[in-house]
Design a binder for this molecule. Structure first.
Ligand SMILES: Nc1ncnc2c1ncn2[C@@H]1O[C@H](COP(=O)(O)OP(=O)(O)O)[C@@H](O)[C@H]1O
Ligand SMILES: [Mg+2]
Length: 269
C-alpha cells in the first residue's frame, strides 16, 4: 500500500503555556507499495509524531497523509505498529499474545490457530508457543510483538525504534530476520530509528530529518547489496555512512578535535 505525505506539519500547542512546539514542518514524501524506508533523525525531531500521524493516532496541524490514496483520519485496519517498549501481555503465552488482535476481530479459533502458527513460524519462535514473556529474552519478546502485527496481515508496518532496547548483536540478527519477513510479505515498512547502522542495514531509502522542527533534509538511496556487511564493500559503506553523518550534523565540525571541551589543557611550562 502506497504511503504519501503532503505538506505535513504538526505543532503542539500547550494548553497552559504560550510556547507551542513546532514538531514537523512541510513533510512531503511518497513511499511506494512494498518499499522499506527508514526515517533517521536526532531525538526530538518528530519521528514518532510522524509515525503516529500515519497510524491515525495524531492529526497533523496541516497537510495530509494518504494511504493507498485515501486520507488517514483514524487507525487503518491494514496498518500495524511495533513500538520500542515491550508491549507483550505478561499474562498471555506467546501464542495467546499473537492471537490477541484476531480475537478482537472476532476471527474463529480454527482460522486463528492457523494464522498464529504461521506468524510464529515467520519470526522463528516455533517451539515457544506456550512460553510466557518473562521466560523469553528481550529479542524474543520483540519477535512476539512483530508476530502479533504480522498475524493481522498488514499492508503497512510502522516501526518506532523497535530494536532500540536490544544489544547491538541481537539487533543485527533480528534486523536480518525482519528483512526475511519483509521479503516474504512484501508489506511497506516505515522504520523510525536514530541508528545510522540500522538504517543502512535495513532500508532501501533513508530519509534524514533535521532537528526540531523536523524537515526532510536529505533522502539517500541505499544501493548496497544485502546482507549489508561493512566488510563486503567497505568503500561504498563508508561513503554512505559519511553522507548520513554529515546530513544528520555529525560532521567533523561537530567533533572538532581542537574543541577546548574535549582537548586536554596543555601542561603549563
Ligand atoms: N503530545 C505532545 N504534546 C506536546 N509536545 C509533544 C507531544 N509529543 C511530542 N511532542 C514534542 O514534539 C517534538 C517531537 O517529538 P517526537 O515525535 O517524540 O520526536 P522523536 O521521536 O524524533 O524523538 C518533541 O519536542 C516533543 O517534546
Ligand atoms: Mg521517538
Amino acid at each position: 500500500m502506497q504511503l504519501t505525505f503532503q505538506s505535513v506539519s504538526k505543532t503542539f500547542s500547550h494548553r497552559l503555556g504560550k510556547d507551542a512546539v513546532a514538531a514537523l514542518e512541510n513533510i512531503d514524501l511518497s513511499i511506494a507499495s512494498g518499499e522499506f524506508v527508514a526515517i533517521l533523525g536526532p531525538s526530538g525531531c518528530g519521528k514518532s509524531t510522524l509515525l503516529e500521524i500515519v497510524a491515525g493516532l495524531q492529526a497533523p496541524t496541516s497537510g495530509e497523509v494518504l494511504l493507498g490514496g485515501e486520507p488517514v483520519h483514524s487507525p487503518h485496519p491494514r496498518v500495524s505498529v511495533v513500538f520500542q517498549e515491550d508491549s507483550t501481555f505478561p499474562w498471555r503465552t506467546v501464542a495467546e499474545n499473537v492471537a490477541f488482535g484476531l480475537e478482537m476481530r472476532g476471527v474463529r479459533k480454527a482460522e486463528r490457530d492457523d494464522a498464529v502458527a504461521h506468524a510464529i513460524g515467520l519470526v522463528g519462535l516455533r517451539g515457544f508457543e506456550g512460553h510466557y514473556p518473562h521466560q523469553l529474552s528481550g529479542g524474543m519478546r520483540q519477535r512476539v510483538a512483530i508476530a502479533r502485527t504480522l498475524v493481522m496481515n498488514p499492508a503497512v508496518l510502522l516501526m518506532d525504534e523497535p530494536f532500540g532496547a536490544l544489544d547491538e548483536q541481537t539487533r543485527f540478527v533480528i534486523g536480518e530476520e525482519l528483512l526475511r519477513i519483509w521479503d516474504a510479505t512484501r508489506c511497506t515498512i516505515f522504520f523510525v530509528t536514530h541508528s545510522l547502522h540500522e538504517a543502512v542495514q535495513l532500508a532501501d531509502r533513508i530519509v534524514v530529518l533535521s532537528a526540531r522542527p523536523g524537515r526532510i533534509k536529505n533522502i539517500f538511496e541505499n544501493r548496497l547489496s544485502r546482507p549489508r556487511l561493512e566488510a563486503k564493500d567497505p568503500q561504498t559503506y563508508a561513503v554512505l555512512m559519511a553522507s548520513l553523518r554529515e546530513a544528520i550534523g555529525l560532521t567533523s565540525a561537530a567533533f572538532n578535535p581542537d574543541d577546548p571541551r574535549i582537548k586536554p589543557a596543555r601542561a603549563a611550562g
